[in-house]
Design a protein around this ligand. Structure first.
Ligand code: FES
Ligand SMILES: [Fe+2]
Length: 450
């Protein structure tokens, strides 16, 4: 009997269909010497919150590597291989000194770049220079930025400029660093940013109104690929208003979206910006951490949402640590993406038009990984020479009353107009860009009202 035929007992297919399939191996593997692992190692990646670094070293796992992060007593950060090059003791038990870190076992002292500063207790006959040169500790460059510690784990001759994004430098806003840990592969956590329709279901209709009430409204979805950015825009009708919400992925793993609570389409917003900016970092292939900032201010979520729970609620709609019974009744992103399994079977997915953003960005990632295998280095957002780097994630709500024609087509047209206004201004410095965009948005309202 073919699958299309229905027998006397109905068209039940549980026996015929497999439960599990294959993953997208090229993208889910991020360890050393894997194509995607090498690709991700070409970018600065956050590895910890600054607040997590104390006077003792901290064990961290990043891209499958076990590393030790420390701050020496002169305030410099180091990120080194876990095992000491002498006889393999773990540097997590080392001592942070004025200059560098001292291994607990035989007292070798290493600088933040892994060079050997002291090998105590040896005879004068030992060729100290030779031993020091041969027994360096593996180390990576580190820098701190606004409460997150970043490291570069790639080849040192390829270290890129550190990217500063426009939304992180705006006046009058507070950035609250946080981390959210997911027990699954990075790709399934990252996918959600280019899946704007899930907000209407997971975060509204299916669970409860985890963000603003207006998120449950279905809109028209637009997807754009622009340089290093992928944009998923949801255009919703709310009475006389049209609400444009832009989710953003900047390759390879930086994401932004609009306000979580204060945008609902009912009040005008002229060029609101991201309320959460995050990097989705593989710790290994089965564990991922979003290192992020919750952003509070006039152009994101207002300061009253800056509570101890605020960052987790912005991250995934619910607190991360809660009873199973509550997780079942009110699932958030963690339930959705961890429930796929530690590494999802992408080869068994059935993708539809609302998944277009995911299809596009995964395709590009595959291409970049393959190119790097052939020796073609990826382009960085800083290469354009515009600082800070312009981004698009955020909310805008305009008064654009319904007119009597095909509303879905009209919302798509308005969405394209809205995105083009941002694209036209992307080479301008922040102040000038805001002026240009707001002026164009008001002109669009006037044009429609006429
Ligand atoms: S094992 Fe580290 S100094 Fe000996
Ligand atoms: Fe979500």
């Amino acid at each position: 009997m073919s699958l299309s035929e229905t027998g006397p007992h109905g068209d039940y297919r549980g026996y015929r269909q497999p439960h599990r399939g294959a993953s997208d191996e090229l993208l889910v593997r991020t360890g050393r010497a894997t194509p995607c692992g090498e690709y991700l190692r070409r970018y600065w990646q956050p590895v910890a919150l600054t607040s997590e670094v104390e006077d003792v070293p901290r064990l961290v796992r990043v891209l499958g590597e076990d590393l030790v992060l420390f701050r020496d007593r002169s305030g410099r950060y180091g990120l080194v291989h876990r095992q000491c090059p002498h006889r393999r003791a773990s540097m997590e038990f080392g001592v942070c000194e004025e200059r560098g870190i001292r291994c607990c076992y035989h007292g070798w002292l290493f600088d933040v770049d892994g060079s050997v500063l002291e090998i105590p207790g040896q005879p004068a006959t030992m060729d100290a220079a030779l031993v020091r040169e041969k027994s360096r500790l593996g180390a990576y460059p580190v820098r701190e930025y606004r409460g997150l510690i970043f490291a570069y784990l790639g080849p040192i001759e390829q270290v890129p400029d550190f990217p500063i994004y426009d939304t992180l430098e705006l006046d009058g806003q507070e950035l609250v660093p946080y981390r959210a840990d997911y027990a699954c592969n990075w790709l399934q956590v990252l996918d959600a940013i280019l899946d704007p329709i899930h907000t209407s279901f997971l975060h509204s209709r299916v669970s409860r109104a985890q963000f603003s009430e207006g998120m449950g409204e279905l809109g028209e979805l637009l997807f754009h690929e622009r340089g290093q950015s992928f944009l998923g825009t949801n255009v919703r009708r709310v009475g006389d208003n049209v609400w444009f919400r832009v989710n953003e992925l900047v390759l390879p793993n930086y994401t932004q979206a609009g306000a979580a609570f204060s945008a609902d389409g009912t009040r005008p917003i002229y060029y609101g910006r991201t309320a959460f900016s995050r990097w989705v970092v593989p710790l290994d292939d089965e564990n991922t951490t979003a290192f992020a900032w919750a952003i509070f201010g006039e152009r994101a979520d207002p300061p009253e949402y800056n509570t101890p729970e605020g960052p987790e609620l912005i991250e995934q709609g619910e607190l991360m640590d809660r009873p199973y019974s509550e997780r079942q009744r009110f699932p958030g992103d963690a339930e959705a993406v961890e429930g796929m399994g530690r590494i999802a079977d992408q080869k068994m997915e059935h993708l539809v038009p609302s998944d277009s953003g995911i299809i596009q960005y995964r395709k590009r990632l595959r291409k970049l990984c393959r190119q790097l295998e052939q020796g073609i280095e990826p382009t960085h957002v800083t290469a354009a020479g515009i600082a800070p780097v312009p981004t698009c994630g955020g909310d805008t709500v305009l008064c654009l009353p319904r007119i009597d024609d095909d509303e879905r087509t009209r919302l798509r047209e308005l969405g394209e107009r809205f995105m083009q206004i941002q694209f036209d201004a992307e080479d301008l410095a922040e102040d000038e860009r805001v002026r240009h965009v707001v002026r164009a948005l008001r002109a669009l309202e006037t044009e429609v009202a006429a």
